[in-house]
Design a protein around this ligand. Sequence first.
Ligand SMILES: Nc1ncnc2c1ncn2[C@@H]1O[C@H](COP(=O)(O)O)[C@@H](OP(=O)(O)O)[C@H]1O
Ligand SMILES: [Mg+2]
Length: 288
Amino acid sequence: MSINPPESDGGLAQWLAARAGELLLAVRAEHGYADPAALKAAGDRASHEFLLAELERWRPTDTVLSEEDDDSRRSVTEGGGPTRLNADRVWIVDPLDGTREFSEEGRSDWAVHVALWHRHASTPHRLIAGAVGLPAQGRVLTTEFPLRSRTDQAGDGPIRLAASRSRPPAFLTDLAEEIGAELVPMGSAGAKIAAVVTGEVDAYIHAGGQYEWDSAAPVAVATAAGFHACRIDGTALRYNEVDPRLPDLLVCRPDLAAPLLEALSRQLSTAAAGTAAPQTSLLGKESR
Ligand SMILES: Nc1ncnc2c1ncn2[C@@H]1O[C@H](COP(=O)(O)O)[C@@H](OP(=O)(O)O)[C@H]1O
Ligand SMILES: [Mg+2]
């Protein structure tokens, strides 16, 4: 890996995600897995400090919104983030997505997210560049070289639906049953969206809580590759908003967007009527 990053924003995102990934692999090797809390804290800190220092060095006039910033979870009304709301260019980064999986030996479903939001971009999400590093899988997905979405990625079997291992939406089991889909529990929003892009699964549905940094970079990569990404009610995903909470999303092959949104609409009506099943963890139900 070269000492200096490429000049383009997409190239910088890719370089940052790859370099932060190398750091995280080194942290894992150095700390081992005996103390998961210490390993998570060391990984979060190392990656965050690296990304902040390098963005300051290579893009000194840009603004950064990072999961690890103290005031990042607060909306402006609560006193957080006025700088980013007046900025034209905001890097939205999650230094370590899938922190839980990072601390579990042998797991590769954790990621580094680096995205660039631009006020004058023409898309509703306004993400103009991004990269998702999957260090333990030895790959970085990027908007620089998008993998193209192909409807022939559809297999003969049931739809494969990636879901959070620990906090899947309560309605997902019923939805999967309704459309005959198979749930694939996996950690990290970035790893799940990357699995959609590479065709390992057909879709990812999440609801119940998440922040902008959990999905900005993977959504940039997925939409650059022609995949569909939206809120679970079908509305657009928007970033660098006053409130950084972005609690739900659907990412899928374009041909699955309409049927999945219809199934979601039915499930959300059932949930609103108060007859839905309670949320249960999928931990221990996975095959990987
Ligand atoms: N209900 C919820 N509220 C807040 N954040 C959530 C959430 N469910 C998932 N997330 C966040 O979304 C990311 C992916 O979650 P999951 O692995 O369960 O799919 C994780 O990010 P971090 O690992 O960066 O904290 C997790 O914290
Ligand atoms: Mg995250």
